[in-house]
Design a protein around this ligand. Sequence first.
Ligand code: ADP
Ligand code: MG
Length: 579
Amino acid sequence: MNTRFKKFFSYYKPYLKLFFVIMTCTFIASSITLIFPLLIRYITKNVLEGNLSHALNQIYMIGAIMLVLAMVQAACNFFVDYRGHAMGAMMESDMREEIFSHYQKLSFSFYDQQKTGQLMSRLTNDLLLLSELYHHGPEDYAKYLIRFIGAFVILFMINAQLTLAVFIFLPMMALYALYFNKRMNIALKRNKDRIGDINAQVEDNLSGIRVVKSFANEELEKEKFAHENNRFLKSRKNGYRSEAYLSNGLETFIQLIMIAVIVFGGASIVNASLDLADLITFLLYIGYLIEPIQKLSHLTMQYQEGITGFERFMEILEVEPDIQDSAEAIELKNVKGNVQFKNVGFTYNGNHNNVLENISLNVKAGEYIALVGPSGVGKTTLCSLIPRFYEVSEGEILLDGINIKDISLSSLRRNVGTVQQDVYLFAGTVLDNIRYGKPHASKEEIFEAAIDANAHEFIMELPDGYDTHIGQRGVKLSGGQKQRLSIARVFLKNPPILIFDEATSALDNESEKVVQDSLEHLANNRTTFVIAHRLSTIRNAKRIVVLTDDGIEEQGTHEELIARDGMYARLYNLQFTFS
Ligand code: ADP
Ligand code: MG
């Protein structure tokens, strides 16, 4: 908690000078607010009741003073408003960059458990509310405190009895405000959770809208959505009820106080213990006594929302990436590509069952090996251990004899390229997407990679060639075209180790052939792991490794394994009979 506390205030650090000027302006503006009623009192009491022949000059004088004060106040308020909000926005922007770069650091296992929508709202809505607190918090608290204490001292000096009479109402009013305030805050928090649920659901729905439509499940989706939407509505209604109680109850309290002051004050005027100027002054200052209570709900809400935003921010920031560089991580140079698994075991976070157990496999530099086996035995998992997307639970993986844990993540991952069935292309042009494999690549290099990936021809046929914008996730391209772009991306990256995870499984026979060609071209002289769905695509592999739930069952060439008449032979015959 203490460290969070320090962290909260640390964001002011770059802006301390500005913050100091803002607080000074707040102080000046609030003090001027307190001086005005005093000047009005001076006019009504001393000027108008004294010698009227001097009155006009004095009134002009005071008028001039008030004008100057009003100008100073306006200037201060303008500064606080503009620069104060700007300061909040700058702090927010610093935090947004911090959380975004933290997102880049977090591991696969973190993203396995999070909803994208919620992660997004942490860096937009939540931080927006926090910036309000950063700016308004100190300013508002100072403003109301100065006005409250000032008004109390001045009123007490004018008439202690009447001041104390007003004070009797304040605790009652405060209790009332606190009670409904709390209820309102609960409702608001619930609203926020509900809107989060709605966001998550809509995100899910829109991302999967093609699946929804293909299953004709629109009605089901509407029902699910209506359920969430109703829960949100109900919680909104609850919130509004408490809000109505709060604001209208407080209005009534204020009216009661006014009535008390008029009746008490009026009576005091009749028995000559108070004069009219004092009563007017009272009415002018009373607002500043009530103000903090009236703003209580606003202030606590601001505080609560800001703090919640901060806590949600810290929740993420405090998540340590599961996988990070060790202190003496080394950078790889001239990687040959020998990959060695030594008694590797692996379990996903929170799962009991080992996905992989005691896997030992030595893949020589430049070797092309195929991994086959029933679905769910851990082929994808095994390959994702090489670039350290997940950390081995037991044993070790060596790259050119170096434990991958001792290699810097960026250097390790630069040397491993993956092509998966599920291609992700970013919003942007074809060129941008290929260039992703090597951000500073020249156009010539990009064209060359596209040619190597059998993609150049179809790219040239697109409306704007390489400058064609592909829709989000590349929906304007066919599966085979997307796959060839992703292969071009890896060509450009030029890693010595490759992983093809069912890269062609989603393609029709025609595209499969083209993509398979590009893949084989890419695999030339690189250590390659191929997870293949269709056994026809791996017949030529020098070594086929058969994985089962019990580990590596058998390995060898196609002919060897067929002759052995084991698992592979069964899988192969099965496929042969069915296709
Ligand atoms: P394969 O590629 O051989 O079909 P996977 O490596 O994808 O198999 O999965 C192996 C096992 O690990 C499966 O039981 C699967 O449910 C589980 N698994 C896969 N990915 C995750 C994950 N991110 N978190 C937890 N369990 C997972
Ligand atoms: Mg798989």
